[in-house]
Design a protein around this ligand. Structure first.
Ligand code: SF4
Length: 289
């Protein structure tokens, strides 16, 4: 069993902790894989996971210089060959909108980390663009069918952790110069809603508040006795959880609720690849187990 001292925390693990301490324990301390399907039909969720990963790879290749048209041909060939996925459609939306085409120095799939309350906190970003040596835009691709509300966007730990860590550790992307919080912006781009991005303009007040909130969570996790990682009282959070049969919170997967839960729970994206155990529970709808 791992201890909290061994962990590198991420937005995904912190999100798990605030949603269910017991899930955090099972996933990150006990490292327990539990063979439950989060949502039915399982094949559809597997396909969404595969499609989301494929779309992220395409954007990464595009940022590295592969022509958009070439990527479109490859995506449509794969779809036409029976892949049945959505990346080709998402890619058309991406090419119309070109959210990655910001001027500046681009850093795709970059990981930043900093010490917070004595523990390591890390984040893997889809894309960071540093502009004029003093401004930075964080871009994050989401492939959920439904766009979450602004309130949901605000509540996600990702919205706090990503800009906070960039302000803390972004000097490595900016010639050694720190990036001030009020020069940081975060944009979620939703492939199914390309004209409705969520934009978060960061500032010093948010930075201070996020620092306190994140450090508070990190300390709480470090100090919590193992037998106090309790099951959530919000039973609706169990419906898509892989551990629900273990917790006696229902043996069957939620049926057809992936889209319906998107607003509340699911951000279909491929985040935090820096920690294999730390996939975002919010992505549970597309992660087969
Ligand atoms: S089934 Fe519910 S109580 Fe059990 S780990 Fe998952 S969210 Fe927590």
């Amino acid at each position: 069993m791992a201890t909290a001292d061994d962990l590198t925390l991420s937005q995904a693990s912190l999100q798990d902790y605030v949603e269910c301490r017991y899930r955090f324990r099972l996933r990150y301390l006990d490292r327990l894989a539990w063979p439950a399907v989060e949502a039915e039909p399982a094949g559809r969720n597997e396909r969404r996971l595969r499609d989301g990963a494929e779309f992220h790879r395409m954007v990464h290749q595009y940022v590295l210089g592969v022509p958009a048209e070439r990527l479109r041909e490859l995506a449509e060939h794969r779809t036409g060959a029976g892949g049945g996925g959505e990346p080709a459609g998402w890619w058309r939306a991406f090419c119309e909108d070109r959210p990655a085409d910001l001027p500046g120095e681009r850093f795709p799939e970059v990981t930043l980390a900093a010490e917070v309350a004595g523990r390591r906190l890390s984040a893997k970003y889809d894309l960071i663009v540093v502009q004029d040596g003093s401004r930075a835009v964080i871009l994050d691709w989401k492939t959920a069918e439904r766009r979450p509300s602004e309130a949901t966007v605000e509540q996600r730990l990702q919205t706090r952790v990503y800009p906070y860590l960039l302000a803390r550790a972004g000097a490595v992307l900016n010639g050694g110069q720190a990036l001030a919080p009020d020069r940081i912006e975060m944009r979620y781009w939703f492939a199914a809603h390309p004209h409705q991005p969520a934009v978060i303009r960061y500032d010093r007040d948010r930075f201070d508040a996020d620092g306190e909130r994140i450090a508070g969570l990190v300390r709480e996790i470090a100090e919590l006795p193992l037998d106090r990682f309790d099951r959530t009282e919000h039973r609706e959070r169990c419906r898509l959880c892989t551990y629900r049969s273990l917790c006696d919170r229902g043996a069957d997967a939620a049926h057809g609720e992936v889209e319906e839960d998107m607003e509340q729970d699911s951000w279909l994206s491929i985040d935090d690849g820096d920690d294999a155990a730390a996939f975002d529970y919010a992505e549970a709808g597309e992660v087969p187990f």
